[in-house]
Design a binder for this molecule. Structure first.
Ligand code: ZN
Length: 395
């Protein structure tokens, strides 16, 4: 159809009745209200701020769609005797009468028998583009969401087929006007992206989905989640952190060097949390805090009667850490006999409780720490912590 001309709109204007006394405005049989575009502008702004552009677009599109549906009821009723095109343009003419926009037809191919539809219109003075630019300035995407909803709702009700309009240009993007194109939804290659704006959606449901996504992401980002108390940005910290991460994937024993207070135990815990052993125990022992005579029984356990006062068998720290990680702080404070015993444990992967005849297999990763030997420390290490891995592992 070429040269679409609007019929005189007096038939439509007659539909509009004001009953000021009763506080009523009618368009045919539909009650209307006069709203300030400034108020609608505030509503749009609030919606965008509170639920985001995507949800705001969806809500406004659906609102416009509902309005288009109502106006389509009038078309055949009012112009039932006219041509199909005259009936159809009731929509654009009402849209104008309602103060939304000036609609200039570009092309309208509508065939009821073939059930085909193609419509292209220019929109001048779109109220929606105008208020959007007032609130947000020029943007890089179309914003006449409510009006696109209207065009789609109207045409869908008129043709009995889901017709989807979209803006191919919008005045809010700096174009002089908006240009809209409508065709059956399935004829848009990206219909799956457009259709959701016409569908109901539970924001609460979406929030719950998002929360689940966040939880899943938290679980997948191992480092920050596993090392909540480890924060640092110095190059020394990062180097140490990298070494810890590397060592975590293996079973090697680890020696942490650093002055008191640089967070060696935190590194040890992080190493444990990052490793496959994280669900097994992490046992920390400060060797400097134990009296020499108790250190061996603490570490390796004791059998009843092994010495005076040993009136019950007791597992040592190694056994308690079985499957997990044993952290020996201030390992340099261990008496020599205990150090020799420790070496054997490292080499053989088994321990012997004091006073026991048999040996026990243990599976422990040993992380030891000691005060830094200043000559070995990295010179510009802000965190003060370094990390080295020993070659022996306990399996
Ligand atoms: Zn627009």
């Amino acid at each position: 159809m070429k040269d679409i001309r609007y019929p005189e709109n007096s038939d439509l204007r007659q539909l509009l009745r004001f009953s000021a006394k009763e506080g009523l405005i009618w368009l045919g049989e539909h009650r209307m209200v006069l709203l300030h575009t400034a108020a609608l502008s505030e509503l749009r702004k609030e919606l965008i701020a509170s639920v985001g552009s995507e949800q705001a677009r969806r809500i406004l599109t659906r609102m416009g769609f509902a309005s288009g549906l109502r106006d389509a009821e009038l078309a055949r009723k009012i112009r039932g005797g006219g041509s199909l095109a005259d009936m159809f343009v009731v929509g654009p003419q009402l849209h104008m009468l309602e103060g939304c926009v000036e609609v200039e037809p570009v092309r309208l191919d509508i065939d009821e028998d073939a059930r085909s539809f193609y419509g292209e219109f220019l929109w001048h003075q779109s109220w929606e583009a105008e208020v959007h630019v007032q609130q947000f300035g020029e943007v890089d995407h179309p914003v006449c969401w409510m009006m696109i909803g209207y065009a789609s709702g109207y045409t869908t009700a008129f043709t009995g087929r889901f017709i989807l309009f979209r803006e191919v240009e919008c005045a809010a993007m700096g174009a002089g006007q908006c240009r809209i194109v409508g065709k059956p939804a399935e004829e848009w290659p990206d219909a799956h992206e457009l259709i959701p704006y016409f569908e109901p959606d539970s924001i609460v449901g979406r929030l719950l989905e998002l929360r689940e996504e966040v939880e899943a992401m938290r679980r997948s980002i191992v480092c920050p989640a596993a090392m909540p108390s480890l924060i640092g940005a110095s190059s020394g910290f990062r180097q140490a952190y990298e070494l810890v991460t590397k060592a975590a994937a293996t079973n090697v024993s680890v020696l942490l060097l650093g002055e008191t207070g640089v967070g060696k135990e935190r590194f040890a815990r992080a190493l444990h949390e990052l490793s496959a052993r994280k669900d097994a125990p992490f046992v920390a022992v400060n060797c400097a805090a134990l009296p020499d005579e108790l250190i061996e029984s603490e570490l390796f356990g004791v059998e009843r009667g092994a010495f005076t006062g040993a009136d019950a068998s007791r597992a040592g720290k190694f056994e308690r850490a079985d499957g997990g990680t044993l952290f020996l702080d201030e390992v340099g404070e261990l008496p020599l006999p205990a150090q020799a015993k420790l070496l054997r444990v490292l080499q053989e992967g088994e321990i012997e409780r004091l006073g026991d005849e048999r040996t026990r297999k243990i599976n422990v990763r040993l992380v030891a720490a000691t005060n830094v030997d200043l000559q070995q420390a990295s010179p510009t290490d802000a965190s003060g912590a370094t990390c080295s891995t020993a070659s022996t592992s306990i399996r």
